[in-house]
Design a protein around this ligand. Sequence first.
Ligand SMILES: [Zn+2]
Length: 573
Amino acid sequence: MLTGLPANIYEFMEWPWEKIEPYLHELGERPLTAENSVEWLKDWAQIGDMISETYSRLSVATTLDTTDTAAEEKYNIFIETIMPPAMIASQRLKEKLLASGLKPEGYEIPLRDMQADAEIFRDENVPLITEEQKLQQEYDKVAGAQTVQWRGEEKTLSQLLPFRLDQDRSVREDAWRAAMERTLQDRAALNELWTRFLKLRLQMAKNAGMDFRAMKWKERHRFDYTPEDCYSFHKAIEEAVVPAAARIYDKRRQMLGVDSLRPWDSEHQIHVDPSGKPALKPFENVSQLISTSSGIFHKVDDQLGDYYDIMMEERLLDLDNRKGKAPGGYCTGFDTSERPFIFQNAVGIHDDVQTLLHEGGHAFHAFEMYQTLPAYRRTMPPLEFCEVASMSMELLAAPYLAESEGGFYSATDTARARIEHLEGVITFWPYMAVVDAFQQWVYTNPEAALNPDNCDQEWSRQWDRFMVGIDYSGLDDIKATGWHRKLHIFQIPFYYVEYGIAQLGAVQVYGNALKDQANAIANYRKAMALGGTAGLPDLFAAAGAKFALDTPTLSSAVSLVEGVIHELEPAMG
Ligand SMILES: [Zn+2]
């Protein structure tokens, strides 16, 4: 147990590097033996968690209000003066542990991860990582400033979403075009930002002595699949999913009675209800969203519901859309306080409910780890499995969206919402394949990718390959710049295939719950409680799923989802 650290995280957040450094220095100097290794790991976790919580809290503050210059200043001071030396110090401690040859119990997977970190770590990349984080903020700023004049009012692009779901085709076309044309205005700025991102990344890879993809593979701890497996996954998606997605798009086209399905009728995630009913309106205000969701989580599992109630009581949910808030939704962890935090931009549409269920799954994953594992064994679980936690929750919670179960909707609307979600599961895979195939191309053709025109072309090529059934004719510029609107490509390179892998796990967890909910949830929770102590195949197995990226596994997932859709269709009336 380290002494002299403040009991209060807010006090620690004011500490300059000079006060933090001695703790890490002492850990570096302390002899490390079989007898004291657990205590050494505990001490490291204690200071490491405080640094990580400081980062999370400062970073959250910048996303709550992108115009808050004081928050930005604090964040910048942290990423400039504390993060770089802390990363170097932490790397030295990893090296010390690796060099000791000690294998503390249950530490096989973290040691494997540390080994990979050590292979790619370069001191000279630390300032480049800081620079990359600043570029990420620039991307957020560009996106956060995107507003349009809509019927005399200034609206964020998120606030335009309800109009993109309007039953009047011309209204939704106007709203869609307004949003797209606004992002096109930033085309040159985003292209310029892109080349700065890419040059920086290529330099980092050069410093590490390998290509960027190989570096990311190690950094992302991808030990259980290769780039080749990703290409096979794309092919399996092309074979097993693209035809099913095309069937969904064609069904929508027929229901709408239109000659061709245009992007303002349906994109892969956002689409007007083809039955002609107005968009689902799950709640009038965010407090309703918050309280109704509590009931739903309790129906899935009482303990998970209790976790969520803690977040309500402790104000760990910031869900409403406000101007100046960064886009999107996320869940992060405050490691010393042992609490997750959820951020989103709710505007009153069904997607907001879906986002909260998703982020709720992440939050429960964090709670399970905080409850089960001692701090020093709480290493990061693989992201592929983090998304199994969140995507499973979307599916597991779906039956309880009904008012009769304490949820938001009538029986008819529940069927609508569930069909929409399940169709989204299918239509997501091809879009994910576009994003992943595009990034595979970027980082295996980096010279070409420095020219944004080539990126436009490659994105269009992959789009045409996977996104069959939506008519983009006459919209070439908007189609070609789709990668500008995918923040992962700018901010978290290569992070996307994880969602596709995870969806495959989530559908299997859901399939188990259809047979025996209590047993499926028990396995799901057990797998989450393993945190980062097991590899992907073991985590999937613990959750009752098979880890495989092939056509047979995808085909059976697709038929399971299509089967549930067909069962729900009569309930829509
Ligand atoms: Zn997620």
